[in-house]
Design a protein around this ligand. Structure first.
Ligand code: ATP
Length: 379
C-alpha cells in the first residue's frame, strides 16, 4: 500500500523548509523534476522541534542528478547509492530510494532501487521512517506510526527481524534512547536483548560506537549498551569513558586523543585493563613514571588519569618531555656496539637526568657509557 500523506497541520514541512539548505534542495528538485523527500533524522528532529545541522534527502530516481543540481563538493558512495553534498548551507545527505535484503544476519544488505514505501520500510525505527515531500503537495508521510511513537517517547522497530538483519540497530537504539530520553517499546526490547553483535564485522560495531562517542549523553548510551548486554562491558566503563571524554577537552589533556578512540578502545579493546594496571601502581620516581607510561596509547593514559593516576599530569607536561642532549650516534662513536647496549645506555642517561644527577652533555655521555657497558638495568 502506498504511504498516506498526513494532513495534520503541524507545520512540519514549514519547519524543515526553514532548515539551512532546504530551499536549495527544493530549487534543485524542481529544476531536475526528481521525486524527492526529506526523511530520517531531518523529519524526526523537525517534529521534535530540535535543531539539526544536516539534511537527509531521499530521491526516488536519480539522486546524482539532484546532487549535480545542488552543486557543492560531492562525495558519492556507490555501494549504497548515496551521496553527501557539502555546500555553504551545511551537509546534505542524498540517497536513492532502495529496498534491502540481508544475505545472512549481520551481513551488509544487498540493495536494489525501489519506491518510497519500500525505502521507509527498511529503516531502523518508526520515528526514523517518516518522510515529507520536497516539491509534491502534502505534509507528513508516516506509514509506520512514527509520529505517535515520537509523541509517546518510544523507540520501536518496524518488524521482528530488524535486529537479526542488522544488530548494529541495537547500538543505534542506545544512542537515540539516551539522546532523546526515550523508552524502548516492550516487544522491541525483547528483540533487542537477543541482538547478536558477533554476527557483525568489528568495523561496523566500532563505527556505531564512534557515533555514540559523539553524543552529549555518552554515559547514558553506554549504560544502556551495558545493561542490555549488547557488549560485555566493565560495569564502570560508561562513567569512566564519559569522564575520559570530558578530560580530552581540557588542558593538559586536550587533543591527546579523541572521544571515539576512547569509547572504541575502552569498549572493544584492552585499554581499560591496561589503564587499571597503570593506575594501580603510583611510580616511585619520575624515571619509574616514564618507564611505566611511555609507549602507552593515549587512550590508556587518559583512562588511567580518570582512574586517579594524578601523576600523569606531571608525566604529560614535564617528564615525558625530558630529552637527552646525546643520541645513540654518540654512543656508537664511542665504540659501543650497535644493539641493545645502545638502548641500555640511553635509558641510564635518561634515568639520571630525570633524577637530577646529570648536568649537561658530558655527564650524560659518561652515564650512558657506564650503562651501555654495565649489566642490563633492572627497574
Ligand atoms: P543523527 O540524528 O545522529 O544524525 P540520523 O537519524 O540522521 O542520526 P543516520 O545514521 O544519519 O541517522 O541515518 C539516516 C537515516 O537512515 C536514519 O534516520 C534511518 O532512517 C536510516 N538508517 C541509518 N542506519 C540504519 C540502519 N542500520 N538500519 C536501518 N535504517 C538506518
Amino acid at each position: 500500500m502506498a504511504p498516506q500523506a498526513d494532513t495534520d497541520p503541524e507545520g512540519v514541512r514549514a519547519r524543515i523548509e526553514a532548515l539551512p539548505g532546504a530551499a536549495e534542495v527544493r530549487a534543485a528538485a524542481s529544476e531536475t523534476a526528481v521525486d524527492a523527500f526529506f526523511v530520517g533524522g531531518s523529519v524526526r528532529d523537525a517534529l521534535l522541534g530540535r535543531g539539526r545541522a544536516d539534511l537527509d534527502v531521499l530521491v526516488v530516481g536519480d539522486h546524482l542528478a539532484l546532487a549535480r543540481a545542488l552543486g557543492g563538493e560531492t562525495v558519492v558512495h556507490d555501494r549504497f547509492a548515496t551521496a553527501t553534498v557539502a555546500g555553504p548551507h551545511g551537509s546534505i545527505d542524498l540517497a536513492r530510494a532502495r529496498a534491502e535484503s540481508y544475505p545472512s544476519p549481520g551481513a551488509l544488505p544487498e540493495v536494489r532501487p525501489a519506491g518510497l514505501a519500500e525505502d521507509l520500510a527498511r529503516r531502523d525505527f518508526t520515528i526514523n521512517a517518516m518522510a515529507v515531500p520536497v516539491t509534491q503537495p502534502g505534509e507528513l508521510i508516516d506509514p509506520h506510526g512514527g509520529r505517535a511513537d515520537l509523541r509517546s517517547g518510544l523507540l520501536r522497530v518496524l518488524h521482528d527481524g530488524s535486529f537479526s538483519d542488522d544488530p548494529t540497530r541495537a547500538l543505534r537504539a542506545a544512542r537515540y534512547a539516551a539522546r532523546l530520553g526515550f523508552e524502548i517499546d516492550d516487544r522491541t526490547l525483547e528483540l533487542l536483548r537477543a541482538a547478536d553483535l558477533a554476527t557483525v564485522s568489528a568495523d561496523r560495531v566500532a563505527a556505531e560506537l564512534a557515533r555514540i562517542a559523539g553524543e552529549r549523553e555518552l554515559r547514558g548510551a553506554l549504560e544502556l549498551v551495558r545493561d542490555w548486554e549488547l557488549i560485555a562491558l566493565d560495569p564502570e566503563l560508561p562513567a569512566l569513558a564519559a569522564a575520559a571524554a570530558g578530560l580530552v577537552s581540557v588542558e593538559p589533556w586536550a587533543d591527546l586523543t579523541d572521544r571515539s578512540a576512547i569509547v572504541v578502545d575502552a569498549t572493544l579493546g584492552t585499554a581499560l585493563a591496561q589503564a587499571r594496571a597503570l593506575a594501580a601502581e603510583p611510580p616511585e620516581s619520575p624515571w619509574h613514571a616514564v618507564a611505566a607510561a611511555r609507549g602507552r596509547s593515549p587512550v590508556v593514559l587518559v583512562l588511567a588519569r580518570v582512574l586517579g593516576a594524578e601523576w600523569l599530569d606531571t608525566y604529560l607536561t614535564q617528564w615525558s618531555r625530558v630529552r637527552l642532549e646525546i643520541t645513540g650516534e654518540d654512543l656508537l662513536a664511542e665504540g659501543v656496539e650497535q644493539g641493545p647496549a645502545v638502548g641500555r645506555g640511553l635509558s641510564a642517561a635518561l634515568r639520571a637526568k630525570l633524577e637530577g644527577t646529570t648536568r649537561g652533555r658530558a655527564d650524560e655521555l659518561r652515564v650512558a657509557l657506564e650503562g651501555a657497558r654495565g649489566p642490563e638495568m633492572l627497574l
